[in-house]
Design a protein around this ligand. Structure first.
Ligand SMILES: Cc1cc2nc3c(=O)[nH]c(=O)nc-3n(C[C@H](O)[C@H](O)[C@H](O)COP(=O)(O)OP(=O)(O)OC[C@H]3O[C@@H](n4cnc5c(N)ncnc54)[C@H](O)[C@@H]3O)c2cc1C
Length: 401
């Protein structure tokens, strides 16, 4: 067993670390300023476009996609995504590796027709447009995807869509041109064959982006927000259906595996950044006659953070290796394990880093509060913890039944 990164990974890491230092970290304050000054905070900020151009020029582009990144594997991508997680509002999008576009590009790569790829995949790969994935609905418990109630009904050469979605990440951004919408084509079919996915251009009549959901009060402008969207008699050509009627559930499953590991890779970067900030702060302030870092309780937080981060990283890397060697299905248990373990690990480290900062930890002067909010949502998004635990436990129990 070799725990070292291979030569290609090391080369890309070196390049990416330099890009983070020279371009991304200095851009964090610029992005904040541009968002504050913007007439419309949902418009793309110029700093993002500058970073994208530079990342592309340096060959740090679409690294998540093996066919469009010189064949970077999941195992090679994991340490790179981790680095981008240190600045989650800027770095993933700068490299065109941000959710939900990555998952949507994977769906179009795996299931799209040539025409769908030309019209939607190519501009996404080029970073010209963005996309949203519309599955969750306000009216039903959407952690059980078979509850999804939006209707996709065939009418001549078209499909007609009616329903309401929320938490469609990225959809507040006017440059988010295409929605992948999940709905039911046949409510009477077998439970997992009722659903389909369909491409709905944002400007189709009947599509109304109603409002932005807040996350602990944050608008999440840099990520294009999380929209509630109404679909009222929305008519699109039948050729917009992805794969076929009844395939929606299977496509959702195929989409979520890689999406989940990408989140976990970035979460490790967030935890590393939190630990770094905790150590810097604790060594730079004195309370009750000694540096905060000299308090036993702070040693405990720092040591425990390092242990938890290393444990999570090893499991994420093993999962990435399994996905490369036996496929996403073969890595199913590990994908669930990291989706359960990594957000709560990062949440724990962030909580301790916030505590070590005192009031500054929850303020706008440090990224910790916003990172904590983003991390907490990942115990819900892409499936709540409890659903992954249920499914993992069932698999484990199967061995004994
Ligand atoms: C920031 C953010 C971004 C998101 N982005 C997107 C997106 O881009 N596209 C999209 O479609 N959705 C998105 N979501 C939605 C997310 O995927 C859903 O919130 C999630 O799947 C849960 O669905 P729900 O909110 O309907 O909760 P419900 O299904 O109502 O579940 C509520 C709670 O019930 C409990 N529960 C459910 N099932 C079980 C069980 N079997 N055992 C024990 N307890 C259980 C869990 O604690 C769960 O949290 C996002 C959510 C957030 C917060």
């Amino acid at each position: 067993m070799d725990f070292a990164y291979d030569a290609k990974t090391e080369e890309l890491r070196t390049k990416l670390l330099a890009f983070m230092d020279s371009h991304v970290y200095p851009a964090e304050a610029v992005l904040e300023q541009q968002l504050r000054d913007a007439a419309d905070p949902w418009e793309r900020q110029p700093i993002l476009e500058e970073l994208k151009a530079e990342a592309r020029r340096q060959g740090l582009w679409n690294l998540f996609h093996p066919e469009h990144s010189d064949g970077v594997t999941n195992l090679q991508y994991a340490p790179l995504a981790e680095i981008t997680g240190r600045s989650p509002h800027l770095a993933p999008e700068a490299l065109n590796c941000a959710a939900p576009d990555t998952g949507n590009m994977e769906v179009l790569t795996m299931f799209g027709t040539d025409e769908q790829k030309k019209q939607w995949l190519q501009p996404l790969l080029d970073g010209e447009i963005r996309s949203a994935f519309c599955m969750t609905e306000p009216e039903v418990a959407s952690s059980d995807a078979t509850n999804i109630a939006t209707r996709i009904e065939r009418d001549g050469d078209d499909y007609v869509i009616n329903g309401r979605k929320w938490w469609s990440s990225g959809a507040m951004n006017p440059n988010c041109a295409i929605f992948i919408v999940m709905g039911k084509t046949d409510p009477d079919a077998e439970r997992h064959r009722q659903q389909a996915m369909i491409l709905v251009p944002r400007d189709t009549p009947g599509v109304t982006v109603k409002r932005a959901m807040h996350v602990f009060g944050y608008g999440d402008h840099a990520h294009g927000g999380h929209a509630e969207i109404e679909f009222a008699d929305v008519r699109v050509p039948a050729s917009n259906l992805i794969s076929g009627e009844g395939e929606g559930f299977a496509i959702a499953q195929a989409r979520l595996g890689p999406g989940r590991i990408h989140h976990c890779m970035r979460l490790i970067g967030m935890a590393e950044r939190a630990l770094e900030l905790m150590c810097r702060r604790a060594t730079s302030r004195v309370a009750f006659g000694k540096p905060i870092a000299a308090q036993g309780v702070v040693h405990e937080w720092i040591a425990e953070s390092r242990v938890r981060i290393e444990q999570a990283r090893l499991l994420v890397l093993k999962t990435a290796w399994l996905m490369d060697t036996v496929g996403n299905k073969g890595a199913h248990t590990e994908i669930q394990a990291i989706k359960i373990g990594t957000p709560s690990m990062t949440e724990w480290v962030l909580d301790k880093a916030i505590q070590a900062h005192g009031g500054a930890g929850v303020s706008q002067d440090f990224p910790l509060a916003e990172l904590w909010a983003a991390t907490r949502t990942l115990r819900l998004a892409d499936g709540p913890d409890e659903v992954h635990r249920m499914s993992l436990a069932k698999r484990e129990l199967k061995k004994y039944l």
